[in-house]
Design a protein around this ligand. Structure first.
Ligand code: M6R
Length: 601
C-alpha cells in the first residue's frame, strides 16, 4: 500500500528519492516524507507532510546535498494522514530513520514495553514501535544495523517492508521484507531499494528479487542479502523488460486515459505466441474443480472467466472473493486447481487465499501482470498478462488482459482434456486475434459518450445491468464508477432486478445496460428488463452490438463471440467512469481513500 524508496550512491540522493516516490505514489498518497543523513553521527534531515507528494516537494526548498536517503509515500492504516503520522519515523536521538509498508500486528505490546524503557513516541502509527525497537537492537549489536534488523524481524508479527538508515553509517541502507514487496535496483556505483522497479527504472534495469524474511544491506559498493539467521543468500537477478517511458503519461492528461487507450496493445501483447497454446506443464486431467480467487476488478475478470473456462473445459469453476475464501474453510484437496488473478501480484488477500489453498494441497496457476512479484513466485505455474505497468489506481488495461488470460486458460484446458471442439477453438482463436482492432474501433467512437456522461454528473446513482458475461461486466462498470466518481453505483444481473433492486429506479435514474448479442434468447430477456426500468422512468444507455431501438442512448460496439464481449463492452464503462470523475472534479489517477496495491488484509 505504501511506496518505499532508498538510494545510496554517487549522485545527490534527493532526485532519485523524489523521482522514485513520484512513480510509487500510486501505492498511497495520504502523506509523504524523506530522511537524509547530512553529517555523520548527527540527527538526520527529515521532512514530511500530510497530503500528496507535491506538499512535500513544496516544503523541500533548502534541502541538503546528501549521497543517500530514504523516502515514503503513505496509505494510512494506523493513525490518520497527518504530518506526525507520516514516515519516516525516528528514534529518540533523531539519528535512525525508518519507513514501513504493511501492518505490525503486535505494535501495541511493543509500544507499551518500549515506553517503559523510556522511548518517546510522537505518532499513532504501528511503525514507530519498530524504529524504537531497532534503535535498542542496534545498540546491542554494536551499531550493526543489518544484524539489528535480523533480530527485530524475529519479534515482529504482521506484514512489512522496512527500510532504515542511521547517520553513523550514512551510506548504508538496510531493508527487510515479509509478505510485502521490496526489490533491489543494482546500478553502477549506486544501488536502490524500492517497493517496485518503476521507482528506479530510469537509473537501472537490473533488479534483484528478495525472498520472504530476507534482510538486505545496500551501499554504493554492493548489495548483501541474508536470511534471518545471517546466512548469505544469492538473490535471483533479472532484467526489467519495459523502460521508463512506459510509466510516463506520454501526452495524456491522466494515466487512466492513457491506459484505456493502451488496451489494444496490451491485449495484442498478451496474445503474442499464445494463440496456438500455452506453455504450461500442468496436467489438467487431475483436477475436478477450479477455484478462481481475486479481489476487486481482478475478481470481476474471474467471474467472466468462470463462464468461459467452465464451458470450454467442462470442469466446475467457482469464483471466490480472496478476502473471504480462507476464513470459511472451504473444501480443497489435491484435485483442486486454484487460479489467483492479480495485476500487482502483491494483493495480500489474494496471496493469503492462495497460500491457504496451497497448504491444503491445491495446485496454484496464477495470472499476474507483475514479473517477480510474490503471487507468481509462490505459484506452481504462471500466466503473465503483458499489460505493461498500470499506474492509475483504477484498473483498465490489466482487466482487459486478465479477460484474455481467462479465455486462453479455458481453451488450453479444454484442448488438453479434448472436450472442446476443434471448430470452436479455431473460431475463438480467430476472434481473439481480432480483438485489438475491435477495441481500437470502440475507442474511436467514445467521444459522444464523454459528452453524455457530463450531463449525468449530478445523478444520485447509476445502475448497470447485464446478463451472462454482461453481468460481471456490469459489476466492473459499477466498481469503476464508485471508485472514480464517488457516487452510488451498482451492477445487477438483468433477471435479478425484479427481486428487489428495481425499487431503486426513479424518474431520471440512469441505467447502463449491456445488451447480449442480437438474436440470442438473452437479448430478448434483457430487452424486457430494459422495458421494466423504462416504465419506471429510467434513462437507458445501452451498449450493444446491434441497432437496439428501445434505449434512450445507444453506444455501438463491434460484433464478437458472446464470451469475448466484455473485452469490448467494458471500454465504454471505463470511459463513463473516467469522464464522470473529471466532471465531478475528482482526482482520476489517485481517487480518495484508495491505493493501487493493497498489501494489507
Ligand atoms: O493488484 P490486484 O489485481 O490484485 O488488485 C486487486 C484490486 O485491488 C484491484 O483490482 C482494484 O479493485 C482496482 N483498483 C479497481 O479498479
Amino acid at each position: 500500500m505504501c511506496g518505499i524508496v532508498g538510494y545510496t550512491g554517487k549522485s545527490s540522493a534527493l532526485n532519485p528519492v523524489i523521482d522514485g516516490l513520484r512513480r510509487l505514489e500510486y501505492r498511497g498518497y495520504d502523506s509523504a516524507g524523506i530522511a537524509l543523513p547530512t553529517q555523520i553521527g548527527k540527527p538526520l534531515f527529515i521532512e514530511k507532510r500530510a497530503g500528496k507528494l507535491i506538499n512535500l516537494e513544496e516544503a523541500l526548498k533548502n534541502t541538503p546535498e546528501t549521497k543517500s536517503g530514504i523516502g515514503h509515500t503513505r496509505w494510512a492504516t494506523h493513525g490518520g494522514p497527518t504530518d506526525a503520522n507520516a514516515h519516516p519515523h525516528l528514534d529518540n536521538e533523531g539519528k535512525l530513520a525508518l519507513i514501513h509498508n504493511g501492518i505490525i500486528e503486535n505494535y501495541i505490546e511493543l509500544r507499551t514495553e518500549l515506553e517503559k524503557r523510556g522511548h518517546k513516541f510522537k505518532s499513532e502509527t504501528d511503525t514507530e514501535s519498530v524504529v524504537h525497537l531497532l534503535s535498542d537492537a542496534r545498540k546491542s549489536h554494536n551499531g550493526d544495523l543489518a544484524a539489528a534488523m535480523r533480530d527485530i524481524c524475529k519479534q515482529l508479527r504482521g506484514s512489512f517492508t522496512l527500510l532504515a538508515l542511521h547517520s553513523d553509517n550514512p551510506t548504508i541502507i538496510v531493508g527487510a521484507r515479509r509478505n510485502s514487496p521490496l526489490v533491489v535496483g543494482v546500478g553502477d556505483g549506486e544501488n536502490f531499494l524500492a517497493s517496485d522497479v518503476s521507482a528506479f527504472i530510469s537509473h537501472t534495469k537490473v533488479a534483484l528479487e528478495l525472498g520472504q524474511d530476507q534482510i538486505v544491506e545496500i551501499s554504493p559498493q554492493g548489495v548483501v542479502v541474508t536470511d534471518l539467521t545471517g546466512k548469505v543468500m544469492t538473490p535471483k537477478q533479472y532484467e526489467i523488460s519495459w523502460d521508463a517511458s512506459a510509466a510516463e503519461r506520454g501526452g495524456y492528461p491522466h494515466f487512466m486515459l492513457k491506459e484505456i487507450y493502451e488496451q489494444p496493445k496490451a491485449i495484442a501483447d498478451t496474445l503474442i505466441g499464445r494463440l496456438a497454446g500455452l506453455d504450461v506443464k500442468l496436467k489438467f486431467k487431475k483436477f475436478n474443480k477450479i477455484v478462481i480467487v481475486a479481489c476487486g476488478t481482478a475478481y470481476n475478470a474471474g467471474l467472466v472467466g468462470k463462464y468461459a473456462i467452465e464451458k470450454w473445459s467442462g470442469i466446475a469453476v467457482d469464483v471466490e472473493l480472496a478476502s473471504e475464501y480462507r476464513y470459511r474453510q472451504p473444501s480443497i484437496d489435491k484435485k483442486t486447481l486454484v487460479i489467483p488473478i492479480s495485476q500487482s501480484g502483491e494483493t495480500m488477500d489474494t496471496l493469503m487465499a492462495m497460500r491457504y489453498a496451497k497448504d491444503k494441497g491445491a495446485t496454484i496457476f496464477s495470472v499476474c501482470n507483475t514479473n517477480g512479484s510474490t503471487i507468481p513466485r509462490e505459484s506452481d505455474a504462471v500466466l503473465y498478462t503483458h499489460a505493461g505497468p498500470e499506474i492509475a489506481v483504477a484498473s483498465t488495461k490489466a482487466f482487459a488482459t486478465q479477460l484474455i488470460a481467462m479465455y486462453l486458460i479455458g481453451l488450453e484446458i479444454g484442448k488438453q482434456l479434448k472436450v472442446v471442439k476443434k471448430e470452436l477453438v479455431e473460431e475463438i482463436i480467430q476472434e481473439l486475434s481480432e480483438l485489438p482492432a475491435k477495441v481500437e474501433q470502440v475507442l474511436e467512437t467514445v467521444e459522444p459518450l464523454r459528452e453524455l456522461t457530463r450531463t449525468l454528473k449530478d445523478s444520485q446513482s447509476i445502475l448497470f445491468l447485464g446478463r451472462h458475461v454482461g453481468y460481471p461486466t456490469a459489476l466492473e462498470g459499477a466498481l469503476k464508477l464508485k471508485e472514480l466518481a464517488y457516487m452510488h453505483a451498482e451492477g445487477f444481473a438483468g433477471g435479478e432486478l425484479k427481486h428487489g433492486p428495481i425499487a431503486l429506479i426513479d424518474v431520471g435514474t440512469p441505467v447502463v445496460a449491456i445488451m447480449p448479442p442480437e438474436n440470442s434468447i438473452l437479448a430478448e430477456k434483457m430487452a424486457s428488463n430494459i422495458q421494466e426500468v423504462k416504465a419506471r422512468g429510467a434513462v437507458v444507455i445501452a451498449i450493444s452490438e446491434f441497432e437496439f431501438k428501445s434505449a434512450d442512448h445507444l453506444i455501438r460496439i463491434p460484433q464478437v463471440h458472446e464470451f469475448l464481449q466484455p473485452v469490448l463492452s467494458v471500454v465504454p464503462l471505463q470511459v463513463i467512469a473516467y469522464e464522470m470523475a473529471i466532471a465531478r472534479g475528482n482526482d482520476v489517477d489517485q481517487p480518495r481513500n484508495l491505493a493501487k496495491s493493497v498489501t494489507v488484509e
